[in-house]
Design a protein around this ligand. Structure first.
Ligand code: UDP
Length: 242
């Protein structure tokens, strides 16, 4: 028998790097297809999945600024990169029978619907999957903050933050062998420790709207379903300090 879902409506945050696979930059369509398979399987269990996609596999405003580009222009390029990634994911989902709309926070009406809470909520309920691109449409922000905002607007039960590691650690486990992993921690502690897994603004928004953040790795097949069923290896960030 299939285990019940721990969360019915979720916001899945995919970084741009997740779409690049083992390459430093770009989009690996095989990897996009594998993630799309996971989303289709999660949908088949009845989950409603909003997906915020980052753009770090293509452009980030902060990198471009270091090379001399104006920061706001660089952030516009970063937001456009997220739209490209969302289109790649839309095509992978379409090939698997899910017609997920792309809603962009940066209006680009030729290629994506402009985000409104009303249209996106309807699409999420009717199609079961919706893609959120273009960040929040403003510079100096990230797609982590976008994920917390869209999760709040869509009344999601949880934010699933896919990373390359299986949870939140005291330090980067790839650089620091003494780093230890949390099973669970409060939003306040995550902010106090300045853990880099998400932005402080994303943690604060999720905390204020009481939406738990589940940090997990999408590297192994089946992990999205495991996390949705509450059994996967992950760190849960939730609650406040007393
Ligand atoms: N960005 C922005 N405003 C937003 C969201 C994103 O300006 O609301 C820009 C910013 O330059 C960022 C880039 O888009 O670096 C890509 O997003 P992010 O770095 O969050 O992607 P990820 O790390 O998830 O791949």
């Amino acid at each position: 028998m299939t285990a019940p879902l721990a969360w019915k409506r979720v916001l899945l945050k995919l970084s741009g790097e997740a779409l690049a696979g083992d390459q430093p930059l770009g989009i690996d369509t095989t990897v996009v297809g594998r993630i799309a398979d996971e989303i289709v399987a999660a949908r088949a269990l009845g989950a409603e999945i909003g997906i915020v996609i980052g753009g770090g596999n293509l452009f980030r405003g902060a990198w471009l600024q270091k090379q001399g580009t104006d920061r706001v222009t660089g952030d516009h390029m970063g937001m456009m990169a997220t739209v490209m990634n969302a289109l790649a994911m839309r095509e992978a989902l379409r090939a698997r029978g899910i017609e997920a709309p792309v809603f962009s926070g940066l209006p680009m009406p030729t290629v994506a619907d402009t985000f409104t809470q009303r249209d996106a909520t309807r699409a999420l309920a009717e199609v079961g999957v919706a893609l959120f691109a273009g960040g929040l449409g403003s510079p100096f922000l990230t797609t982590d903050t976008t994920a917390a905002m869209r999760a709040s607007e869509m009344r999601c039960d949880a934010i699933l933050k896919a990373t390359n590691v299986d949870g939140v650690y005291t330090a980067d486990p790839k650089k620091d062998p003494t780093a230890t992993r949390f099973d669970r921690l409060s939003f306040d502690e995550a902010i106090r420790r300045d853990l880099k897994v998400l932005d402080t603004s994303a943690f604060a928004l999720a905390r204020d709207n009481a939406i738990p953040i589940i940090v997990f790795s999408l590297k192994e097949p089946g992990t999205l379903i495991d996390v949705l069923q509450g059994s996967g290896r992950a760190t849960v960030v939730a609650g406040r300090d007393d």
